[in-house]
Design a protein around this ligand. Structure first.
Ligand SMILES: C[S@@+](CC[C@H](N)C(=O)[O-])C[C@H]1O[C@@H](n2cnc3c(N)ncnc32)[C@H](O)[C@@H]1O
Length: 351
């Protein structure tokens, strides 16, 4: 028997979900054409004023603005016919250094959609889809998605939560940032700790190229370099700190990676593992954050891991208990949750 009230409630949810999905392209256009940033800088504007300022076609813009107002992304005043980006919405769409800047998340959702033709056949075959073979905007989108979290937490909260690490970094430490992608985390640390030396490793050559460019732009070439290498074969040793940002669960053999980290650390070194926030059981993760991570995990993380040796496929919602098993199986004596945010847990493992 269909319960009419429940049906209507669910239809309401579907309308909201479809509206969100339909917004992905429009948010990306608003970002790419500088529409949010112009509204943020200039305050309330009519269609004509914004079209002139941003240099875009007025008819397209009218439709875009109407959608944004219907989405509560902008507010609209019928009396003046002006559109406004309210301060709270500006933190999401215009202020790149805000801790809740989410344009990167919209870019990621676009990449998730673009991965569909590659991932759907893998459901039948069980094969993986290699990271480097996935849609090409994924790599920039992932970097942009995680950047606000790193920018606002890494130096101020996460590193200080580790045992004695900040003092070492201030004196001068050797650090490996493994699975560094475009190297944003590496560059943030290299800028904050100029006495320390940082090496970013990733097995995706084009990400390493981007990371090198990024380091030059931020003037950290003297204490940060980037090399192609897998988590199980990067060659250097004697690190005071090894960091893994949102990548352990993507690896085919995370236990093998843990063992390699263990032998690359000094005896008193530390391994910082940043992983998506998750509880241990499915029922702990049936919430909006878990929903987004499970989608990304299905379309990106599981295929990436299955394309590598072992194919452990931990998934982006592995949970702390499973992560501890992997880390201790790699030879680490202790693991603790050093700190957390609504989106990430920060684990510290010691040899
Ligand atoms: C979700 S991205 C995170 C990138 C970066 N750490 C960040 O936070 O923006 C995962 C990264 O792990 C890298 N990766 C996956 N498996 C790897 C492996 N076995 N060895 C080295 N890097 C790997 C991918 O190339 C990708 O850059």
């Amino acid at each position: 028997m269909v319960d009419d009230a429940k049906l209507h409630q669910f239809i309401g949810q579907m309308l909201s979900d479809l509206g969100g999905a339909a917004s992905i392209a429009l948010v990306r256009i608003g970002d790419a054409l500088g529409l949010y940033k112009t509204l943020h800088a200039r305050g309330p504007m009519t269609v004509g004023e914004l079209a002139a300022e941003a240099g875009v076609n007025e008819r397209y813009l009218r439709e875009w603005l109407s959608h944004q107002a219907a989405s509560n992304y902008l507010s609209y005043d019928p009396a003046t016919q002006k559109f406004t980006l309210p301060p709270e919405q500006a933190m999401i769409f215009a202020v790149e250094d805000s801790p809740v800047y989410m344009v990167g998340a919209f870019n990621c959702m676009s990449a998730v959609l673009e991965n569909l033709p590659k991932v759907q056949p893998a459901f039948k075959s069980g094969a993986g889809v290699a990271w480097g073979y996935q849609t090409s905007c994924l790599f920039c989108a992932v970097a942009e998605f995680f950047r606000p979290g790193y920018q606002n937490n890494l130096v101020s909260n996460w590193l200080p939560a580790l045992d004695g690490v900040v003092a070492k970094l201030e004196r001068g430490a050797r650090v490996a940032d493994v699975g560094c992608g475009h190297g944003l985390s590496t560059v943030i640390m290299a800028k904050a700790y100029p006495n320390s030396q940082f090496i970013g490793y990733d097995f995706h050559p084009s990400s390493i190229e981007h990371a090198r460019k990024h380091a030059r732009q931020h003037d950290v070439a003297s204490n940060a370099r980037f090399e192609v290498g897998t988590a199980k074969d990067y060659p250097e040793k004697d690190f005071d700190l090894v960091t893994f940002f949102d990548c352990l669960h993507d690896m085919g053999d995370p236990t093998g990676a843990a063992a390699h980290v263990r032998q690359s650390l000094k005896p008193d070194g530390s391994w910082m593992i940043v992983e998506p926030m998750a509880g241990d059981r499915l029922e702990d993760n049936l919430n909006p954050v878990g929903r987004i991570y499970y989608a990304a995990s299905t379309m990106v993380c599981i295929p990436t891991s299955l394309s590598q040796e072992v194919g452990a496929a931990l998934g982006a919602q592995a949970g702390e208990t499973r992560l501890r098993e992997v880390i201790t199986a790699g030879g680490f004596a202790s693991v603790r949750r050093a700190t957390e945010t609504p989106f990430n847990m920060i684990l510290e493992a010691r040899p």
